[in-house]
Design a protein around this ligand. Structure first.
Ligand SMILES: Cc1cc2nc3c(=O)[nH]c(=O)nc-3n(C[C@H](O)[C@H](O)[C@H](O)COP(=O)(O)OP(=O)(O)OC[C@H]3O[C@@H](n4cnc5c(N)ncnc54)[C@H](O)[C@@H]3O)c2cc1C
Length: 407
C-alpha cells in the first residue's frame, strides 16, 4: 500500500514509541498484567506516552483539539496505527482504539454542546477513556445478525419520565467498561417493535446516579484493557443525552465498520509480533547441532506464518479502502477481514508458541502471551460464526438474512 507522508510519519513515531517504551515494558514487567488491582496494571506513563506521539485522540475533530486525519483515508490510517500499537501490546491498543471509535460516533451523533464538553475532557486527560455498551447477559449475537423481532430486543430498558430518561438493566463484557469516564449505552425504547426500530443510544457520564461499575472481568488476554460489567438501577439521564432515538443500531454503522477494520488491524499486529519473535528464535536457537530454521519442518512453519500474515494484510488493505470509500461491499468486507484475521492469526500465534517448544509456554518467556491475546479476537466484536452469518446475510438478504423462526 502506498502510504501518504502523514501516514508514514505517524507510523514511524508510533513504531519508535512501541520499540522504545511498550515492548521493553512488556518484557521487563511481564508479571504486571496479572495484578489483581486492575487500575494498577498499566502505568499511567504508557498512556501519557501515547499522548506524546499524538495517537491517543485520533477521531476527535480538530475544532475540539483533536488531530484530524484526511477523511478519504481515515480508516486506513486507523488500521496502520492500530497494527503498530498492537505489535507492542494488544490490550494497550484496545484501550486506545476505543477512544477513536467512540469519538467517530460522537462527532456524528452527539449534540454540539456535549461534543464540546466531552472532547475537551478527553483531550485534557491522558487517562480518560471511552466505552461503547451493547452486550448484555441475555443478548449479543442475535443483535449482530440482527433478528429484527421484539423477542430478541435488548433487556436494558429506557423510559421517558418527567423530561428525562430512566434506564434499568445491565451490560457485560464492555471494553474499558471498568475505567471509562464516559459511556455510550444502548437500550430498548419500544418493546413492541424489532430492535432495529426500537433501540436508542445515550451518553452516560461515569458519575451518573444509578450507574454502578459492578466488576472488572479477568480476561485470558489483552489484559491491559480493563473489560467491565455495568449495572443501571433507575439511572436518570437528561433528555439531551439521548444520541439516537429508536434507530440507534442502524446509525451505529459509523462505529462498527471502522471498528471491525481496527479489530483486524490489532489482530494483525499480534501476528506480526509473533512472527518477529519466532523468526528471531529460529535463527538463533540451536537444536540437533543446527539453528532451528535449518530443520525443514521449522522453515515451513515460518513460511506458513508469513503467508497468513500477508493474506490478512492484503484483505485488510482492501476492506479498509472500501470502508473509507463507503463502497457497497464495505460492510461484508469489514466482517470478512475481522473474522479471517481472527482465525489466521490464531494459527500464526500457535506456530510461534510451538516453534519455541517449552519456552513457548512459559510465562516469563513472553511468547504464550501472543497466543492468549490472539484468542481474544475470536470473541470480540461478534463471534466467528455470527460474523460469517453477517457476511452471508449481506450477500443473500432475502434468504440467509431472514429470521429462521415462523414465517
Ligand atoms: C475482550 C472483549 C471485549 C468486548 N468488548 C465489548 C464492548 O466494548 N462492547 C460491547 O457491547 N460488547 C463487547 N464485547 C462482547 C462481544 O461483542 C460478545 O462477546 C460477542 O458479541 C458474543 O456475544 P456473547 O458473548 O453474548 O456470546 P453468545 O451470543 O452467548 O454466543 C455463544 C455462542 O453461541 C453462538 N450463537 C449465539 N446466538 C446464535 C445464533 N442466533 N445463531 C448462531 N449461533 C449463535 C455464538 O456464535 C457463540 O458461539 C466484548 C467481548 C470480549 C471478549
Amino acid at each position: 500500500m502506498q502510504l501518504s507522508e502523514e501516514q508514514r510519519l505517524m507510523r514511524q513515531s508510533c513504531r519508535q514509541f512501541v520499540d522504545a517504551v511498550v515492548i521493553p515494558f512488556i518484557r521487563k514487567d511481564w508479571q504486571r498484567e496479572w495484578l489483581m488491582t486492575p487500575e494498577d496494571r498499566l502505568p499511567p506513563e504508557i498512556l501519557a506516552g501515547a499522548e506524546e506521539v499524538g495517537i491517543r485522540t485520533l477521531g476527535v475533530p480538530e475544532e475540539f483539539g483533536g488531530l484530524e486525519l484526511d477523511k478519504t483515508s481515515e480508516v486506513q490510517t486507523f488500521a496502520i496505527i492500530a497494527e503498530e500499537i498492537a505489535r507492542g501490546d494488544s490490550g494497550l491498543a484496545d484501550k486506545l482504539v476505543q477512544n477513536w471509535k467512540v469519538s467517530v460516533l460522537l462527532r456524528r451523533v452527539a449534540p454540539r454542546r456535549l461534543q464540546e464538553k466531552w472532547f475537551q475532557r478527553l483531550i485534557e486527560d491522558p487517562q480518560f477513556l471511552l466505552a461503547h455498551c451493547l452486550t448484555e447477559p441475555r443478548g449479543a449475537s442475535d443483535r449482530w445478525l440482527p433478528y429484527n423481532v421484539p423477542e430478541a430486543a435488548m433487556q436494558t430498558r429506557a423510559v421517558k419520565k418527567n423530561g428525562e430518561w430512566v434506564i434499568n438493566g445491565r451490560k457485560q463484557f464492555i471494553s474499558n467498561g471498568y475505567d471509562a469516564g464516559l459511556y455510550v449505552v444502548y437500550a430498548n425504547t419500544d418493546p413492541a417493535v424489532g430492535m432495529l426500530q426500537g433501540t436508542s443510544s445515550f451518553l452516560v457520564p461515569r458519575d451518573t446516579p444509578g450507574l454502578t461499575v459492578a466488576r472488572c472481568n479477568e480476561t485470558l488476554g489483552c489484559r491491559f484493557m480493563n473489560n467491565g460489567e455495568l449495572v443501571f438501577e433507575d439511572m436518570r439521564v437528561p433528555a439531551d443525552h439521548l444520541l439516537v432515538e429508536n434507530d440507534a443500531l442502524g446509525k451505529a454503522a459509523v462505529y462498527f465498520r471502522p471498528g471491525k477494520i481496527i479489530q483486524a488491524a490489532k489482530n494483525l499486529g499480534v501476528g506480526v509480533r509473533a512472527f518477529e519473535l519466532a523468526a528471531d528464535y529460529v535463527q538463533n536457537y540451536v537444536q540437533g547441532g543446527r539453528i532451528l530454521i535449518k530443520h525443514q519442518a521449522v522453515a515451513l512453519r515460518i513460511a506458513d506464518m508469513a503467508t497468513r500474515i500477508e493474506a490478512v494484510r492484503a484483505l485488510l488493505e482492501r476492506a479498509s479502502h472500501a470502508v473509507d470509500a463507503n463502497a457497497p461491499d464495505g460492510d461484508a468486507l469489514c466482517n470478512m477481514v475481522k473474522v479471517f484475521a481472527s482465525e489466521e492469526i490464531m494459527k500464526v500465534a500457535q506456530h510461534a508458541a510451538e516453534l519455541h517448544g517449552g519456552n513457548g509456554i512459559m510465562l516469563d518467556f513472553g511468547v504464550e502471551k501472543l497466543l492468549r491475546d490472539a484468542a481474544i479476537f475470536l470473541h470480540m466484536d461478534a463471534t466467528v460464526d455470527i460474523s460469517k452469518m453477517k457476511i452471508v446475510k449481506s450477500m443473500f438478504p432475502h434468504t440467509a438474512g431472514k429470521y429462521a423462526g415462523p414465517e
